[in-house]
Write a protein that binds this ligand. Structure first.
Ligand SMILES: NC(=O)c1ccc[n+]([C@@H]2O[C@H](COP(=O)([O-])OP(=O)(O)OC[C@H]3O[C@@H](n4cnc5c(N)ncnc54)[C@H](O)[C@@H]3O)[C@@H](O)[C@H]2O)c1
Length: 466
């Protein structure tokens, strides 16, 4: 990161140059920061695609994505990318492989974490922050253990000033802990500025969400160093995001905005699912209700589709994180309010299987049941917290023979159990425990080999019985 003296200018969401050069103006007397190298720690659903878009739009910046999981890195280097997303392949391969005669490669995937950190001007932290499974806050709090480990690695390897960017979803005030760790463990004379830059992409629409974001949030300390670091990060996004959509705010607001957004989105799903039960009891149609209320400008049509329940790696853990934060702040009523959002979701999944059972004469023993769709939503291979897992577990507990029809794609399979070797036990513990009997009764039909199931699999779980 080179520094030269220029006129100061703040990036604050006001209209400004649409596509400024990467040289950005910093605060008084500190000069400009010219971003040349970015490192991203964590090559998962967020780190890989986000860096592919950043590299695509900033050909003059070298972007290196690192992970401790060698299999995942090898997959990013290959034609069988470790995740499936529409348009991901071309978004990755253009900056990764370059274009003969017109574009040099500027996107790299490696397990050499230490070197990538040492070289970088900006370091994104995109590691997993799952729900804690042991100790204080187990079952509720977000586990920032991986974030802390990555931060300690940065402190050990950094020999020049770095901007550290929280991309992972974190509890409010995490940046303070990271700053403490860096201050206590970093080399003398090396400066670290910590920014919050939460990611709002949704799996299934990752690339278009990254290309056309509703907003980019950058949280920083309000001192000159914080604002200068925020301006440097803003310049990276300004290569393709209109300045008016790049919003700076204080660190804690930015961190809490992400959890708040997920809580409000999950709350809408639980609200419409709770109403679906009332509809079933009264003869009203929940789709008609959603349509009618969604036309109200104050409510809007999005996230009002009734379903078996929300899944994915984020909603449940982030709402539970908010529950834990509220409890920690001695706000039990607030905690109970948000906990109800998760409780309704679990209830909806149970309610769905109870209805299957009662419609099949209250016994599933030896009935052959096909479950169409196993990912947690359409256009992703991600099965984390999929409602289908809970449905299949219930069906098998009733001694049904369940068949999962799943669109198997060579390019969309992340094996969560074998994630980062250092995390393998942890990741595995998050998976639903399956007994030997469950495994025996559950079969996966590879739909790519079964022409009758190949096309148009529904995203939500659908169950058929014989
Ligand atoms: N998946 C989403 O849709 C989504 C959307 C927005 C935000 N987020 C948040 O982004 C973060 C990452 O989510 P994800 O879905 O990409 O997770 P992920 O599990 O797919 O990827 C995380 C990666 O980090 C790696 N890792 C962990 N510790 C490491 C270390 N010390 N050094 C190097 N690599 C390390 C793991 O091996 C793993 O590959 C989470 O906080 C999540 O809540 C996720």
């Amino acid at each position: 990161m080179s520094s030269t003296s220029t006129v100061p200018s703040r990036v604050n969401g006001q209209a400004g140059p649409q596509n400024p050069a990467l040289v950005v103006r910093g605060s008084d007397n500190l000069g400009e920061l010219k971003v040349k190298k970015i490192c991203c720690i964590g090559a998962g659903y967020v780190g890989g695609p986000t860096c592919a878009v950043i590299a695509n739009k900033n050909p003059s910046i070298a972007v290196t994505v690192v992970d401790l999981n060698a299999n995942r890195i090898a997959a990013w280097q290959s034609d069988n990318l470790p995740i499936y997303e529409p348009n991901l392949f071309e978004t990755v391969t253009v900056p990764r492989d370059g274009i003969k005669g017109s574009r040099e490669p500027n996107l790299f995937f490696t397990t050499d974490v230490d070197k990538a950190i040492a070289d970088a001007d900006i370091i994104f932290l995109s590691v997993n922050t799952p729900t804690k499974v042991a100790g204080q806050g187990a079952g509720l709090a977000l586990d920032i253990g991986y974030l802390e480990a990555a931060t300690r690695t940065i402190a050990r390897c950094a020999t020049s000033d770095k901007i550290i960017v929280e991309k992972s979803t974190v509890p409010c005030r995490t940046a303070e802990s990271l700053r403490d760790i860096l201050a206590a463990n970093g080399k003398p004379g090396v400066r670290f500025d910590v920014l919050s830059n939460p990611e709002f992409l949704a799996e299934g629409t990752t690339i278009s969400d990254l290309l056309y974001p509703d907003r980019i949030l950058i949280g920083s300390l309000m001192d000159v160093h914080g604002q200068r670091a925020a301006a440097a990060l803003a310049s990276v996004y300004a290569a393709w995001v209109p300045r008016a959509r790049i919003i700076t705010m204080n660190l804690w607001s930015s961190e809490l905005s992400k959890i708040s957004a997920n809580a409000l989105l999950a709350q809408r799903i639980s609200s419409i699912n709770a109403l679906s039960a009332v509809c079933e009891a009264t003869g009203a149609n929940v789709s008609e209700i959603a349509y009618a209320v969604g036309l109200d400008k104050r409510i809007g049509p999005h996230m009002l589709k009734s379903s078996v329940g929300f899944g994915g790696s984020c909603f449940k853990k982030d709402v539970l994180g908010l529950v834990y934060l509220s409890e920690s702040l001695h706000l039990p009523e607030v905690a109970a309010y948000w906990k109800a959002v998760v409780d309704i979701n679990e209830w909806q999944k149970d309610r769905f299987t109870r209805r299957v059972i009662s419609s099949l004469y209250n016994t599933l023993m030896n009935k052959r049941i096909a479950v169409f769709g196993f990912a947690y939503k359409k256009n992703t291979g991600d099965t984390r917290e999929s409602a289908a897992i809970s449905v299949v577990n219930h069906l098998v507990a009733e001694r049904a023979k369940s068949f999962v029809a799943r669109r198997m794609r060579a390019d969309c399979q992340i094996n969560h159990a074998e994630s980062n070797p250092a995390n393998a036990n942890h990741v595995h513990r998050q998976k639903p425990a399956r007994s030997a009997k469950t495994k025996k009764n559950m079969h996966v039909a590879k739909t790519s080999r079964n022409p009758t199931l190949k096309h148009n699999l529904p995203s939500a779980v659908m169950v058929a019985a014989t």
